[in-house]
Ligand binder design. Structure first.
Ligand code: BGC
Length: 766
């Protein structure tokens, strides 16, 4: 009786929950899409369905000649679902015409590209963007990238890359948002929003693809494509978070990673691709392999091409990038009963759905308006935004004696292998950049300094003494303009320039291709030739400012000790030189904070702030204690902690104040802190909130970032920053991978980086 009484209410509730989950308009749209695709799929042959799963590289298609290529034949036969690495709206239009006018079912193609940190207007490398801690800037950069790429024919980008990276030997650290799940998750969401916008059908938004799912950044020894092996506890609590965040933000596609997960390559890992991604997280888009990801499973040692192609499909992969394993083998596997029609249909449907959502069935030329590039690509307005966002990403690592900002007037010696180089400014993965237009430091400094300042340039050193290394570090047109003179002669010229100047600016560090794919490094220091140059410059006694180019955490302990000022600029993008000059002259006050820990030496790697405590932690403030967890030859401390970065001004933090110290259930806790600009310049500060769960049923990290806010303060100004914390922020995956929080003590920490925090303790009961 009692139960029956509640039944109508329960039903009503269920109906209203369903309505919330899928608003009426959305479900009508979903039904319309389903009907459209059902009808289309009924007409498709098996070969045509498999064609949708095929994503070949474009090869060398020349405008006006597309029709004569091998790809054209496949497109006409309906054996291609999309193309990637084809650039230029006219060319893309021509290829799309082959699909929608000359193939039997006229299904449009989707055109993908690695639009990673901007299109022709290039923003800082993702690691740099993440150091801005400015989600609006990150989102805006993705929005501009989408606008430019879509204007040039692209409808799909292989971004964001959200792999947690704790090992700077791995060159691809440059492409992601660093070591922290929470920061990485916020950035993943901002980028998906930026690319896909509110309306995927709008012609200036594009489909986003989160990658590389999963754990790609955890390769053994930091060697690219290497094996990963980790507990599910760590996966769920640390590495999965940003992928899941992208899924929650509605990302339309996911890219499988090259590495294995739990002994099975991600591309064939059903647990990863179906159980976690689709069933647990509710992902409804499509999954593409990475470049020849299916074929590479032959070398992984799990079977021949038919076997690995079938395993990929069974795992939940929908599209095969480049390798053509699916399109060439799945028909036979179907006959042999190794895969099912339902599996092929499901994959085909997901690709068609993405095309539908992009509006390509309504108008296959939606992204092919040849008049757009002239007005929408590399515009003055976009470049202005890129310049300002780049300057926000710079991290001031040291500024002894306030040597920076530089004063205008007088003479500046500008030296270093990266001082007069355009090609390396955009950084890795800038496939649509016009290197010739990128702004070098020399150009930027000259223009921004104005006529009253003299800039004396000398190269000072090559990137590296070893010409072969320099070749490997200067691929894809990122020429380093090797100077063939003997090293001492090149240095002598720079020393002479320094002697004439009031201050020396040395543009040193990594070249763009020392990071990115297949660019792992076993040494993270400055190259010896550059160290020699810096020493010789120091001997002149002139004030020396290092402008450091880096695509990873570097080990620069020696330089951090020896030289007074270091401005880390990552790879700032197409407007590099202007943004660097803006920061050097103080027109922009640096406000970036590191999103990775910088170790003292490579032996400390992997070093990350949110580590566990061990049963034998070092006592606070200690360097070494026998039978404690430490090294004999280096302290446990990083050179620069996660979240670190200076400003031309200084900030003072009050002690944080909690709204309560004893809490129960779903109460909310507010913790506030007053931050005052105590220096002479207006500046921005990233106020960071960390939490430690003091006692757990499993061990918990010593601290975890749970919130941050970037504020701007005038000299003398104070602002109160308030963080609201709820039990939601305390949840983690326990030993049974149940996501919940546990009652007990929590340390709440607030500060300007992960090391220098002020702490208070609260007790939270269920
Ligand atoms: C990379 C991906 C990239 C793809 C397509 C692969 O080698 O791992 O990040 O999206 O190539 O260019």
């Amino acid at each position: 009786m009692q139960k029956l009484k509640w039944l109508p209410l329960v039903l009503l509730l269920a109906i209203s929950i369903a309505a919330v989950a899928q608003p009426a308009g959305q479900s009508a749209e979903a039904a319309k899409m389903k009907a459209f695709i059902d009808k289309l799929m009924k007409q498709m042959t098996l070969e045509e369905k498999l064609g949708q799963l095929n994503l070949p590289g474009a090869g060398d298609i020349t405008t006006g000649q597309a029709a004569n290529t091998d790809i054209a034949r496949k497109i006409r036969e309906g054996r291609v679902g999309g193309l990637f690495n084809i650039k230029g709206v006219e060319k893309i239009r021509e290829v799309q015409r082959l699909a929608v006018e000359q193939s039997r079912l006229k299904i449009p193609l989707i055109f993908g590209m690695d639009v990673i940190h901007g299109y022709q207007t290039v923003f800082p490398i993702p690691l740099g963007l993440s150091a801005s801690w400015d989600m609006k800037a990150v989102e805006r950069s993705a929005q501009i990238a989408a606008q430019e790429a879509s204007a040039d024919g692209i409808s799909w980008t292989f971004s964001p890359m959200v792999d947690i990276a704790r090992d700077p030997r791995w060159g691809r650290m440059a492409e992601g948002s660093g070591e922290d799940p929470y920061l990485g998750g916020q950035i993943a969401k901002a980028m998906v929003r930026g690319y896909q916008g509110k309306d995927l059908k709008a012609n200036n938004t594009i489909l986003s693809c989160v990658k590389h799912y999963a754990l790609y950044g955890a390769a053994e020894a930091g060697r690219d494509y290497g094996t990963t092996d980790m507990s599910r506890h760590r996966m769920y609590n640390e590495y999965f978070y940003p992928y899941k965040a992208a899924v929650e933000a509605g990302v339309g596609s996911v890219m499988a990673s090259f590495n294995e997960v739990d002994g099975v390559p991600a591309t064939a890992n059903k647990w990863l691709m179906t159980d976690v991604l689709r069933k647990q997280w509710g992902f409804g888009g499509f999954v593409v392999t990475d470049y020849t990801g299916i074929n590479e499973m032959i070398d992984h040692g799990i079977g021949d091409l038919p076997t690995v192609s079938a395993r990929a499909l069974q795992a939940g992969i929908d599209m095969d990038m480049v390798g053509e394993g699916m399109v060439t083998t799945l028909a036979k596997s179907l006959k042999e009963g190794k895969v099912t029609v339902a599996q092929i249909d499901a994959a085909c449907r997901r690709i068609l759905e993405a095309k539908y959502k992009l509006g390509l069935f309504e108008d296959p030329y939606r992204y092919c308006d040849v008049t757009r590039p002239a007005n929408e690509v590399y515009t003055a307005a976009h470049r202005k935004e890129a310049r300002s966002i780049a300057a926000q990403s710079f991290v001031l690592l040291k500024n002894e004696g306030n040597i920076l900002p530089l004063k205008r007037g007088g003479k500046i010696a500008l030296v270093g292998p990266l001082a007069d180089n355009r090609e390396n400014m955009p950084g890795t993965w800038a496939v649509a950049a016009d290197f010739a237009k990128a702004v070098s430091v020399l150009q930027g400094l000259k223009e921004v300094a104005g006529s009253g300042t003299e800039i004396i340039y000398a190269k000072g050193s090559n990137l590296d003494e070893d010409a072969k290394f320099e070749e490997r570090a200067g691929m894809f047109g990122k020429d380093l303009r090797r100077d063939s003179r003997p090293a001492d002669q090149i240095i002598a010229e720079a020393v002479a320039a320094a002697r004439q100047a009031d201050v020396v600016v040395a543009a040193v560090g990594e070249s763009a291709e020392m990071t990115g794919e297949s660019s792992s490094m076993s040494h993270l220091e400055l190259r010896p030739a550059q160290k020699e140059l810096l020493k010789a410059l120091k001997a002149t006694g002139k004030p020396l400012v290092i402008v450091l180019f880096a695509g990873r955490s570097m080990t620069i302990a020696e330089e951090a000790k020896a030289y007074p000022a270091i401005l880390n600029v990552w790879f700032p993008g197409s407007e590099a030189g202007y943004a660097i000059a803006d920061a050097l002259f103080g027109d922009v006050n640096p406000s970036g904070k590191l999103s990775t820990t910088w170790p003292q030496n490579v032996g400390q790697v992997p070093l990350f702030y949110n580590h566990k405590n061990t049963g034998r932690p070092l006592a606070e403030g200690q360097w070494f204690q026998k039978f404690r967890s430490n090294y004999l030859d280096v302290s446990n401390e990083p050179l620069y902690p996660f979240g670190y970065g200076l400003s031309y001004t200084s900030f003072a933090y009050s002690a944080p104040v909690a709204s309560a110290t004893k809490l129960t259930g779903n109460q909310a806790l507010t913790v506030s802190v007053n931050v005052t600009n105590t220096g002479k310049y207006a500046g921005k500060e990233v106020v960071q909130l960390y939490i430690r769960d003091v006692v757990g049923s499993t061990t918990r990290p010593v601290k975890e970032l749970k919130g941050f806010e970037k504020i701007e303060l005038q000299p003398g100004e104070t602002k109160t920053v308030k963080f609201q914390i709820t039990p939601e922020d305390l949840k983690f995956y326990n030993y049974d991978l149940k996501y919940d929080w546990e009652a007990g003590d929590f340390d709440i920490m607030i500060g300007g980086n992960s090391r220098d925090v002020q702490k208070l303790r609260v007790n939270w009961q269920k």
